[in-house]
Design a binder for this molecule. Structure first.
Ligand code: PMP
Length: 389
């Protein structure tokens, strides 16, 4: 047999297939809540004002496209460290590098853990973002699943989570969503962060926190609070930070990985290992999105405008959540959840029926993108869903 004939067939990405189906539907009343990007009231995902302005500045002032290093744009990483950690950003035990989006950060973090050896396992709550297992699993880390969320009662299974973590050994990792849990919208409360952070610190567990939606849940500061608590308490931690959503630069692949070591010396060891691992995967991260985010955060007017735009996105999502919740007592839980996604307790057949009969497109799991709704169709959506619950 020829070399490539040995490859196994791969299932197409289910969400991409759903987008194609929704695009092909010609009904003017169709509602696409499958797609995973933010949408404004008009149903579009336009480039943010602050981003456009920063791109013009970049076009005008950038003098070279010569290589940067594997660390990427050092000023960008410093600004992201401040955005993510707030006052905690002065901690020199936390080192960071720019990565190709949150995906790159997750992958690089997993490679660092593998490189450290010791057979660390990673505890992953279910359900989670479907790319977590492939991104982390390809570094060969053993994964231990536990139930995080019960879709039918729409509650976080916190006792089950704590019970599962009882089995973790010192040095094992705990994957947590910093905010705006994807796909459930169900975030740990600050009390729960407090409990799990104290537990991880006491047991020598290492939080690996995925912060991909800072600002879209309850604001830039509030959305980082749980993560900050965990990183501050634990001796070692990893944070995969994406600014693809909150800057709306999805295709520019913009993010960073932060890792906390027990002391400054270990932190430097971590940093040099991150650089050598990054060189084997992407050599250096793409510059454009990071340069744009850096210009925005370093320019007071642009920064203020960007913060206002993030707030607009956040408020729009919150108000759609409030409307869904008010429409039917069985949907009340949606207002307690955060970010773009929540799940509806619908069977795959009910999801298919919504698609065929109403032109409503969502993932087979019942996950839907709140931001895919508009003032004009949110009530119709709620009614169609409630009729099938
Ligand atoms: N983590 C979660 C939970 C996500 O939902 C996403 C994007 N869908 C990412 C990470 C990756 O983001 P990026 O596009 O920056 O790689």
């Amino acid at each position: 047999t020829l070399l490539f004939d040995r490859l196994k067939p791969q299932a197409p990405d289910a969400l991409l297939a759903l987008i194609a189906l929704a695009n092909a539907d010609k009904r003017p009343t169709k509602i696409d809540v499958g797609v995973g990007v933010y949408r404004d009231a008009a149903g579009g995902t336009p480039i943010l004002r602050a981003v456009k302005k920063a791109e013009l500045i970049l076009l005008d002032t950038q003098e070279t496209k010569a290589y940067l290093g594997a660390e990427g744009d050092v000023r960008f990483v410093q600004l992201m460290k401040e955005l993510a950690f707030g006052p905690g950003a002065s901690d020199s035990r936390i080192v960071g590098v720019q990565t190709p989006g949150g995906c790159g950060a997750l992958r690089l973090g997993a490679e660092l853990i593998r490189q450290a050896g010791g057979g660390a396992r990673i505890f992953i709550g279910q359900p989670t973002w479907p790319n977590h297992a492939p991104l982390i699993g390809c570094a060969g880390l053993p994964m231990v699943d536990y139930k995080y969320y019960d879709r039918d009662s729409h509650t976080i299974c916190f006792p089950q989570m704590m019970e599962a973590l009882e089995e973790a050994r010192p040095g094992d990792l705990v994957l947590l969503h910093g905010c705006c849990h994807n796909p459930t919208g169900a975030d740990l409360s600050l009390e729960q962060w407090d409990i799990v952070s104290a537990f991880m610190a006491r047991r020598g567990l290492v939080p690996f926190i995925d912060l991909a939606y800072q600002g879209l849940g309850n604001g830039l500061e509030a959305d980082a609070a749980g993560m900050r608590m965990a990183v501050e308490r634990c001796e070692q931690a990893l944070v995969a930070h994406s600014c693809d959503k909150n800057f709306g630069v999805y295709r520019d692949r913009t993010g960073s990985l932060f890792v906390k070591g027990a002391n400054d010396e270990t932190a430097q060891l971590i940093y040099r290992n991150l650089l050598s691992l990054a060189r084997t995967m992407w050599s250096m991260p793409p510059d454009h999105g990071a340069a744009v985010a850096r210009i925005i955060l370093d320019t007071p007017e642009l920064r203020a405008d960007w913060e206002a735009e993030v707030k607009e996105m956040c408020i729009r999502i919150r108000s759609l959540r409030a409307r869904l919740a008010a429409s039917d007592p069985r949907l009340a839980y949606i207002d307690e959840q955060n970010g773009m996604f929540s799940m509806l307790p619908l069977s795959p057949e009910q999801v298919k029926a919504l698609q065929a009969e109403e032109g409503i497109y969502m993932a087979g799991s019942g996950r839907f993108n709140v931001a895919g709704l508009s003032d004009d169709n949110v009530d119709r959506f709620a009614k169609a869903v409630a009729a099938r619950l």
